[in-house]
Design a protein around this ligand. Sequence first.
Ligand code: BTN
Length: 253
Amino acid sequence: KALLSTRRFGHAIHYVESVDSTQWLAHQGVRSGAKEGALFLADEQTQGRGRMGRKWHSPPRSGIWMSLLLQPQIPLNLAPQLTLMASVGVTRAIRRETGLPVTIKWPNDLLIDGKKVCGILTELRGEQDQIHYVVLGIGMNVNTPAASFPEDLKTIATSLAAESGRTYRRAKLIAAILEELEHVYDLYLTEGFEPIRHSWESFACMLGQSVTAHTPQGPRQGIARGLHASGALLLETDEGVVVPVYSADIRQV
Ligand code: BTN
């Protein structure tokens, strides 16, 4: 707490040693009156959740497993912008604290040297077309030794320590994440998505390159051109047409 210079984010902290998922803690927290900026934090998750129903490996004390409660007054259809906004804030925080060259893979995977170091999961509840609240889940591999990742993750995952040979104080990183998130969030609420879109593009790792987008409708090949205000990735096809991709796994070709 002494490390924090935010106005709202992280002033209420709900910490537990071990939990199935901090996302669940946050949803519970809302039911008991938690407010915007409340932080839910655990040293270990036994059922960490990732995007698209995947599991998130969250061993004790080696990473940051946290969920932040947001209550923006924005329509439900703008929710994807919040995830992209979060990836910009967290990228800034890691760069600032470690100097490591973190980039963003659409929509919001944080990579170092092509390997994933951090993932973001947003879950929201709304009524009609208004957001009631958003739980912003952030999972960051901080001091995980490269050799201790499970076999299936070894080639695709990394940690800040594995990339730099240093270890990091998680509390200091969390403070930096909260500061940068509060900053981009305030910017988003006052100026809208455009400045965030620009920052996102400046951190993106595949723009101008040939990629395959594995969409639910099948693969699509093209050159990644940028980010649309809807949050979609703009893909220029072989015919020279730019199309938005709303849901896909992106791989470089
Ligand atoms: C992804 O890249 O698939 C998103 C991973 C999000 C993991 C974090 S860890 C804290 C929070 N609690 C969870 O169960 N998941 C998110």
